[in-house]
Design a protein around this ligand. Structure first.
Ligand code: MSP
Length: 517
């Protein structure tokens, strides 16, 4: 099992604009999970990218007076920059305009056509450009798309159709027998209910514009942007270009997406894969929306805040930590500046920042900055045992939370240990021991335990706050990139060697005052 590649994806993002917090959110969460799996020793493939075809992008480019391709080439670097600023450790970034994607997508659609999964028909419907999808009249509110607040356009054209309706029973069986296929449960029930009501065949080509991948046997049609986009998950894994790699990497373990695009991922995508007898992704996890003042954050609603605005104040680590910890993953979450400052101050500056500062300062002051030799079992007291027990519980809880795709729970578990280590300092009062010569070995034992706690904490938090974790690692005198360490090998209590020289330094997270910014 652990030799298998752990494959996680973000949605690929529309490039009508630069990234906003709502797009950064699934990217940060995916990065956390990818980093945590690497830490557990898994081989990881973490994919993100950009969705560059379709009416929406064509119109954006037109409004800028540019060809779509030129617009794309101009804006994609801004997405790279944002992910760099957030320390996103993706293994691959796919663009749907790349040859490695377009060729295999044509192969896929041709294979469907050859199997008679596609037929020509005509369609009249209401198309929302924001969703890049047809809408049923009962999905509209006051004649408008509730997600984008715009009136859909009437479209009437000859289209190719995929026989989606044929897959209704197999899909229902999938949702009913595999409770991890769509998560969380509320989304699974929603999808199940909707599919039970019936499935219509899906229009998978458009003729009225040409910004897309041509249908190979009838190139005046372009492939529907969602059918094109979904395939990024397989084309980046080698479908149609590298069978050996594709077999090794596919299926994805997790497609992490927002709740607005569940239908495409949990209905259309598995049906397309079933039609070609390809393995299905293991889990489609749909998270909630980030809201500002009760509204979904988006550029079109003018509530878009750029990640850069927040990184300036909170740093990449502070940004990542806040969204991972604050929002119950799967539910909607409300962003506010005040809660971000409060979370940063309480968990990062106080709990962890103070613990690190206290321990390193005491090792400096009482032990000349050198980590003492590890204690032998008989030297340990009940207080020490309780500290170690909390470590073991919280690291195990963390692993379980990541298995359940609950990053907020994972960090809550890690912080139980951080708080326990702070409580241990209060309990064993090293400053009292330092005044008593008889207690010099006991002082060494407790400071060893605390230094070891800091080492393990840097491992545990590294997937969330990689920069501070690396810094703390270095201050403990440990060498090499934290990214090369493994929880399996390095995550056992007692792994820290005596004799290393520690370094104190500026606070890892200077306190912010509530009015900052
Ligand atoms: N291009 C499609 C996805 C294709 S995947 C094969 C798309 N792109 S998008 O840029 O509009 O949205 C990408 C993701 O960002 C979606 O999962 C969406 O849920 C997420 N978010 C956009 N705004 C959001 C919030 N305000 N809050 C949380 N996530 C939201 O859809």
């Amino acid at each position: 099992m652990s030799d298998e590649t752990f494959y996680i994806t973000t949605p690929i993002y529309y490039i009508n604009d630069v990234p906003h917090l709502g797009n950064a959110y699934p990217t940060v969460v995916s990065d956390f999970i990818a980093r945590f799996r690497r830490l557990q020793g898994r081989r990881v493939f973490f994919l993100t990218g950009t969705d560059e075809h379709g009416v929406r992008i064509a119109r954006t480019a037109e409004s800028k007076g540019l060809a779509p391709r030129d617009w794309a080439d101009q804006i994609v670097p801004r997405w790279h920059d944002a992910w760099k600023a957030l320390d996103i450790s993706y293994d691959d970034f796919i663009r749907t305009t790349e040859q490695r994607h377009e060729g295999p997508v044509q192969q896929f659609v041709q294979a469907l056509y050859d199997k008679d999964e596609i037929y020509l028909g005509s369609y009249e419907g209401l198309y929302c450009v924001g969703c890049e999808a047809f809408k049923q009249p009962d999905e509209l509110v006051d004649g408008k798309c509730p997600l984008h607040g715009i009136e859909p356009e009437v479209v009437e054209e000859d289209n190719y159709f995929f026989r989606l309706s044929k897959y209704r029973d197999r899909l229902i069986e999938l949702y009913e027998t595999d409770e991890r296929f769509v998560m969380p449960e509320v989304r699974r029930n929603e999808v199940l209910g909707k599919v039970k009501q019936g499935l219509q065949d899906l229009s998978i080509s458009r003729v009225s514009f040409d910004w897309g991948i041509p249908i190979p046997w009838d190139p005046k049609h372009v492939i529907y942007v969602w059918v094109d986009a979904l395939q990024n998950y397989i084309t980046a894994a080698g479908y149609g270009s590298d069978d050996e790699r594709f077999n090794r990497v596919w299926p994805a373990d997790i497609h992490l997406i927002g709740k607005d695009i569940v239908w495409f991922h949990a209905v259309i995508w598995p049906a397309l894969l079933m039609a070609l007898d390809l393995p299905l992704p293991r889990t489609v996890f749909a998270h909630g929306f980030l809201l500002v003042g009760g509204e979904k954050m988006s550029k079109s609603r003018a509530t878009g805040i750029s990640p850069h605005d927040l990184i300036e104040t909170f740093g990449s680590d502070g940004y990542r930590y806040y969204f991972l910890r604050e929002v119950s993953f799967g539910q909607d979450g409300t962003f506010s500046w005040e809660s971000m400052v409060a979370r940063y101050n309480s968990d990062l500056a106080n709990d962890l920042g103070n613990l690190a500062a206290r321990v390193l300062t005491m090792i400096g002051r009482y032990l000349g900055g050198v980590i003492p030799q590890p204690p032998e079992a008989p030297e340990l007291t009940a207080a020490d045992d309780a500290l170690v027990a909390t470590f073991r519980d919280s690291v195990a809880d963390m692993g379980r939370a990541v298995d359940n795709i609950a990053p907020h729970e994972a960090l809550k578990a890690a912080w139980r240990f951080v708080r326990k280590a702070n409580a241990y300092v209060e309990e064993v009062t090293p400053w009292t021991l330092a005044k008593d010569d008889q207690q010099s070995r006991r002082l060494e034992v407790v400071l060893y335990n605390l230094a070891e706690s800091l080492r393990l904490i840097s491992l545990m938090v590294s997937a969330a706050t990689p920069r501070a974790a690396q810094e703390l690692w270095g201050r403990l005198g440990l060498e090499g990139p934290l990214e090369d360490t493994r929880l399996t090998a390095d995550g056992a209590w007692g792994g820290l060697s005596g004799g290393l020289r520690v370094r104190t330094g500026d606070p890892l997270w200077p306190r912010l005052d509530a009015a900052t910014g």
